[in-house]
Structures are given as C-alpha cells and as structure tokens.
Design a protein around this ligand. Structure first.
Ligand SMILES: NC(=[NH2+])NCCC[C@H](N)C(=O)O
Length: 304
C-alpha cells in the first residue's frame, strides 16, 4: 500500500511518479499539437528526439536515486506522449485527485493504474467531465491551494486553457479548510512567450518562503500583488518573458533545501545557490521544447 502524504511543494520527497518518454510517438502534425511551443519546433524542424528525451528523464531519475526517492514510472502506451505526468493527477494531503485533462491526453491515466491500485480506493477522487483541472495548475503553499485558471468567455476555444472555474470550485469544496486562491492566467494558443500554459509555467514556490514568478503571466495585477504580499518582494525571483519561455519557474524541489534545475538556467541557479539551496543540475532542454519541464514530469506521492 502507498500511504499518500503531500502537504506542500517542498518538503522532503519520498515517493514520486516520473513520466516516461519511451514510445513517445512520431512528430505530431501542427494541427494535432496542443501547445504553441511544440508547434514552433514542429515548424522549425527542431522537435525533440525520443532518444534525447529519454536521456534527460534518466538524468532526473538518477537524482531521485541519489536522494533515495522511490520512483514509479507509467506503463508504456505505444506511440503516446506520457512525459508530463503532473497534469493527469495530483496529491493533496492523503487524497489523489484524478484530473479531467485535455481529451488529447486522456489515455495517459490508464498507464498509472497499477500504481493507483496500491492506494486506498477511498482516497482516490474523480469527478464529472465538465469540471476541468490539470495538475500543473494546482499548487500547495501552507494553508493555501493556488490554482491557475482561465476565466475568458472563449475558454472552449483556448486549447492552452486547462482549468475552469468549475474545477477551482470543486477543489474548494473538497478542501474546505484551505484557502483556495485562483489566478486568471494569460493564454495564447499561438505565441509561446505569451502563454502561461499552467500556473507552474509562470510561478512556483521554493524552500520555505521563496518563489519564482513571471509577473506578466498573470492577467490581473491584483493577483500578482496577492503573491507579493504573501511572500514579500525580497523573496521573489522575477523572471523575464524569455526565461518563462525556457521554463525557469518549472524546477522541482526534492526538499526545502534541494532544487533540481535545468543546467542552462544560470541566472536562476546562481540566485538559488546564493539563497543557500543545493542545486542539482540536469539537462532538460529537449523536454522543454514541449512547453513543460521538471515539475511537469512528476507527481509527488509522499513528502515528509
Ligand atoms: N504542468 C505542465 N506545465 N505541463 C506541461 C504540459 C505540456 C504539454 N505539451 C501540454 O500541452 O499538455
């Protein structure tokens, strides 16, 4: 039996699901891609190769081994993208919530069924199809649950909008003791630099009291100010449009002192070290071409 426990984003990690790049499928057609950064690379002929992505994920797996973290991998579904596990389900406290994900990705959950079978069924939460959320939009911080959403009338046409207000309210009702704060995110189906695909593409807490943030990723300045008030300006590392595009906010915490980051994120990695963090650097830039990075490829199951 797996005894779920996740209270926040940064307590010491003990068990995690890590996505898988094996049999990732052929290069998608532009019309089948579901994020603008992938589309850019398909058009430019620079879409990432499976063998490179396998190596990058193996580098992260090695870091998990080094820290004695139990790693589960999805079963391989032939020719299907299963890299970004984060979005398909997430754990809050002792509950695992199955996401209602973009229909293009709905088979991914079947590949972790053998892991779900090891969890008390009473702790697995599902909901109806009209209620949308993906794990990349859901984040824990002290007594808060932060949720990225998109409130525009054109929600159904925006393939990069993955969490609706019904989803926010569902999570609110499920965790009545938490302060659920939603953030209306800036979306673009076509321009990756203007697209906060998920909340973790423009924001993420690190350590006990710090966070990485891209101000322009938030549609309303009040939402950005909410986070400034909560964390304090001196504890925020602001990233530019280009750094968001490279996914600087999508690092991953193994503990409140150890952060796994991309090896080319020099400005961020230096700041993290100055703050006293140990930075485990891995190559992840090929994965990054599909508009997701380290946090996106993981589902923490157990943290201290
Ligand atoms: N949590 C995340 N930010 N996940 C990134 C997912 C990227 C993937 N290409 C998608 O569009 O679904």
């Amino acid at each position: 039996m797996i005894k779920l426990n996740v209270q926040d984003e940064t307590s010491r990690l003990r068990a995690v699901i890590l996505g898988i790049a094996e049999s990732n499928g052929p290069i998608p057609k532009v019309e089948d891609a579901y994020d603008p950064k992938s589309i850019e690379h398909i058009k430019a002929g620079t879409y990432p190769l499976e063998k490179d992505m396998i190596q990058e994920m193996e580098a992260l797996n090695k870091v998990f081994k080094k820290y004695d973290v139990k790693v589960y991998r999805p079963k391989v579904i032939p020719n299907y993208n299963q890299i970004f596990s984060r979005d398909i389900a997430f754990v809050i406290e002792d509950k695992l919530v199955k996401s209602n994900i973009l229909p293009d990705r709905e088979k991914e959950i079947n590949a972790i069924q053998y892991i779900l079978d090891q969890i008390n069924p009473a702790k697995i939460i599902e909901t109806t199809d009209d209620i949308h959320f993906e794990g990349g939009d859901v984040m824990l911080w002290n007594n808060h649950i932060f949720i990225g959403t998109y409130k525009g009338e054109d929600y159904k046409d925006i393939i990069t909008a993955r969490t609706n207000m019904k989803g926010v309210n569902f999570i609110k009702n499920l965790f009545p003791n938490k302060i659920v704060k939603e953030f209306d995110l800036v979306k673009s189906n076509t321009i990756a630099r203007d697209n906060s695909l998920h909340l973790d593409c423009c924001f993420q807490p690190v350590g006990k009291d710090k966070a990485i943030i891209h101000k322009e990723g938030f549609k309303n300045e009040e939402d950005y100010n909410y986070l400034v008030n909560l964390f304090g300006m001196e504890n925020l590392f602001h990233i530019s449009k280009d750094e968001m595009y490279q996914m600087f906010s999508n690092v991953f915490s193994i503990s409140d002192q150890v952060v796994v980051s991309e090896k080319n994120f020099t400005r961020l990695n230096n700041w993290l070290r100055e703050q006293g963090f140990t930075v485990e650097e891995v190559p992840y830039a090929e994965i990054g071409k599909q508009e997701g990075l380290l946090r996106c490829t993981t589902i923490p199951l157990i943290r201290d």
